[in-house]
Ligand binder design. Structure first.
Ligand SMILES: [Zn+2]
Length: 251
């Protein structure tokens, strides 16, 4: 895709993010990798719902601004950390979608084993520990997870999702927030009914056939561990992440 088309696409995804109330005022940021050295990104202090192609900034992989009349987003280091570690990624979306961010604030991990779409498109979603936004330490907080997933909840902050193709990268955030909205509704109604181990295996197999890598398969999880497995739990004790609202006690 040409640079002017990518600029239009960033503006379009910004409009969708704002319309879905994933980013209030000037929140959120979007970037696209143009080539091995250059990244196109949204500017700081601009509403993502009203961006124009000329508002965007061009930076190198160290975050130095190469072009653009506005200053680049302060969160660019998070995006660059992903590009440096994932050659297969060409786009990153970060925002504060309200339902997923409620999970981020409470330290409730995103549960598995309840709906097909999140299992197929998202797989296991980790929660990265809280670090002051905009810092290098914040960018590095995703390192335990970045190689094994394309969507990460950022504790007490929001969500980052990434992949090949900006629209698809954004979809991961939309799927996650829609899932979290359903989960919050579920909590008000009755205890959820979880998939069996065999039902989980069918979904994980389908995810594999669609070409998504899944660390649960690489770790050789048994059927009954697929919805309740230790793959992303290494930081839970340190960061206070613990399931309280959604506990799959059957396993
Ligand atoms: Zn943020």
């Amino acid at each position: 895709m040409r640079e002017d088309q990518l600029r239009e696409e960033i503006c379009e995804i910004g409009r969708r993010m704002y319309q879905r109330q994933f980013c209030a005022a000037n929140e959120g940021n979007i970037s696209v990798r143009l080539d091995r050295e250059r990244v196109l990104c949204t500017p700081t202090l601009h509403c993502k719902g009203f961006l124009k192609p000329d508002d965007l900034c061009l930076v190198d992989l160290d975050g130095n601004q190469l072009a653009g009349q506005n200053q680049r987003t302060s969160e660019i280091l998070l995006h660059l950390q992903i590009y440096k570690n994932r050659e297969d990624v060409d786009s990153v979306v970060h925002c504060h979608p309200p339902h997923a961010t409620a999970f981020a604030i409470t330290g409730e991990p995103i549960p598995s084993g309840l709906l097909p779409e999140p299992e197929i498109f998202l797989g296991e979603v980790p929660t990265a520990p809280y670090v002051l936004p905009g810092t290098l330490a914040f960018a590095e907080s995703i390192m335990p997870f970045v190689l094994r997933t394309n969507v990460i909840v950022l504790a007490n902050h929001g969500v980052v999702s990434y992949g090949m193709g900006l629209e698809r990268s954004y979809w991961l955030t939309e799927i996650l927030d829609a899932y979290c909205r359903v989960l919050i509704n579920t909590r008000a109604l009755a205890p959820p009914r979880y998939f069996s181990g065999e039902q989980m295996r069918e979904l994980v197999d389908l995810r594999q056939r669609w070409g998504f890598r899944d660390p649960r398969v690489e770790f050789g999880c048994a059927n009954d561990d697929l919805a309740n497995h230790p793959v992303f739990r290494s930081t839970w004790a340190e960061t206070g992440i613990a399931p309280r609202a959604f506990r799959n006690d059957a396993r």
